[in-house]
Design a binder for this molecule. Structure first.
Ligand code: PLP
Length: 429
């Protein structure tokens, strides 16, 4: 074997996978089984005691899912990964390993709406607090950190406003306070941005979106950057204190720079249970094989659509980091120079009715609440996801009545543009 380090496209196809040892199957098989037979009693005991790696039960490990985990870890440049049933459950397991009641997370305020709900409401019922920093102002994170802060949480490319977060500046603040930086990289994917290279300690994904890329399978993943020293403080007892479940084993001492992924698996996933199905791991692996090709096309199409909308007389504004005049453009050039992603918003002149008319009039773009599909998707937040809010609350969430959100797919850009053009033209009628 040569010493050559494989490139990103090679890793997207090969990382973690071998021809199946028992059948020779070239594509990773779907190991659709709940459980695995032990060699003997000693083998079983060593698996249960974490003295050996192997499969016991698909809630904890599965060979199809293991390939997915190794592949995403390789693409992100991490030491290990743990796949879960959804992006939200990857967030749950990540914070479960870091937090005890009364602790807090300092989070950027430009997160996906579902994550804002998760932190504001569900996590609070566990006694985990959240403090909201201005995602566009790194100093605001510094000001909110206190002795109960256990994590900083941001998105690399924030959904849906297209804010490119200054990961390196926020990482410096995290380092200064010795707090791990958790980055949701769903919208950028490692093709556009690898947050660990900019100082992230843990990277999260909803694999449901661009990673899988075909709108057909739910999944999530957490990637351990191997960068944070969990033994440097008393604040993370799950990693640095003896675990009664494993005969007093200290996970960080035993597993070193992939202890975080292990803790999330053998304590979080084992006990809370949001396991991904082997079928979904297979579908997501298949999607990831074409990630570099798809992501570049998503970005190229989005750039063309954003430029078209920017010059359209029925469009008031366009918020897309790939546009040279956009406030996020300089950070996009630094953190994701291959493109500004595929999800962005624009404001349609005529407010609420005009927004409803655009989504209703589209024929190629599908009106639904998802992102990261091969298909182009459109939604009018004020009449759907943000309908229950007041106009002031919508303004704070960046979802005023005129806002339309797009997730640009892989169709011919000219067809997407023609569809939006006729939808805009039909507003008055
Ligand atoms: N993070 C981001 C940026 C998202 O857009 C989403 C879902 O839209 C999630 C996390 C949650 O992922 P899932 O729907 O797979 O639970």
């Amino acid at each position: 074997m040569s010493d050559r380090i494989p490139g990103f496209s090679t890793l997207a196809i090969h990382a973690g996978a071998q021809p199946d040892p028992s059948t020779g199957a070239r594509v990773t098989p779907i190991y659709q089984t709940t459980s695995f037979v032990f060699d003997d009693v000693d083998h079983a005991a060593s698996l249960f005691g974490l003295q050996a790696f192997g499969n016991i039960y698909t809630r904890i490990t599965n060979p199809t899912t293991a390939v997915l985990e190794e592949r995403v870890a390789a693409l992100e440049g991490g030491t290990a990964a743990l796949a879960t049933a959804s992006g939200h459950s990857a967030q749950l397991l990540t914070f479960h390993a870091m937090m005890t009641p009364g602790d807090n997370i300092v989070a950027g305020n430009k997160l996906y709406g579902g994550s804002i709900n998760q932190l504001n409401h569900s996590f609070k019922s566990f006694g985990w607090e959240v403090q909201w920093a201005d995602a566009t102002d790194p100093a605001s994170f510094d000001a909110l950190i206190n002795d109960k802060t256990r994590a900083i949480f941001i998105e690399s490319l924030a959904n849906p406003g297209g804010v490119v977060t200054d990961i390196a500046a926020i990482s410096e603040i995290a380092r200064k306070h010795n707090i791990p930086l958790v980055v949701d990289n769903t919208m950028a994917t490692p093709y556009l941005c690898r947050p660990i290279e900019h100082g992230a300690d843990i990277v999260l994904h909803s694999l449901t979106k661009f990673m899988g890329g075909h709108g057909n399978s739910m999944g999530g993943v957490l990637v351990d950057g191997g960068t944070y020293d969990w033994s440097s403080t008393e604040n993370y007892p799950m990693l640095s204190k003896p675990r009664p479940e494993y005969s007093g084993m200290v996970l960080h001492e035993t597993f070193g720079n992939f202890a975080f992924a292990i803790a999330c698996r053998v304590l979080g996933l084992r006990d809370l249970g949001p396991a991904i199905s082997p079928m979904n791991s297979f579908m997501l692996l298949t999607g990831i094989e074409t990630l570099p090709l798809r992501m570049q096309r998503h970005c190229d199409n989005a750039q063309k659509v954003a430029e078209f909308l920017e010059s359209h007389d029925k469009v008031a504004w366009v918020s897309y980091a790939g546009l040279p005049n956009d406030p996020n453009h300089a950070r996009q050039q630094k953190y994701m120079p291959k493109g500004g992603g595929a999800v962005f918003t624009f404001g349609v002149k005529g407010g609420y009715e005009a927004g409803v008319a655009v989504v209703t009039n589209c024929q190629i773009l599908s009106h639904l609440a998802n992102i990261g599909d091969t298909r182009s998707l459109i939604i009018h937040p004020a009449s759907t996801t943000h309908k229950q809010l007041t106009e002031e609350q919508r303004a704070a969430a960046g979802a005023t009545s005129d806002v339309v959100r797009l997730s640009i797919g892989l169709e011919d850009a000219e067809d997407i543009i023609a569809d939006l053009d006729q939808a805009l033209a039909a507003i008055d009628g």
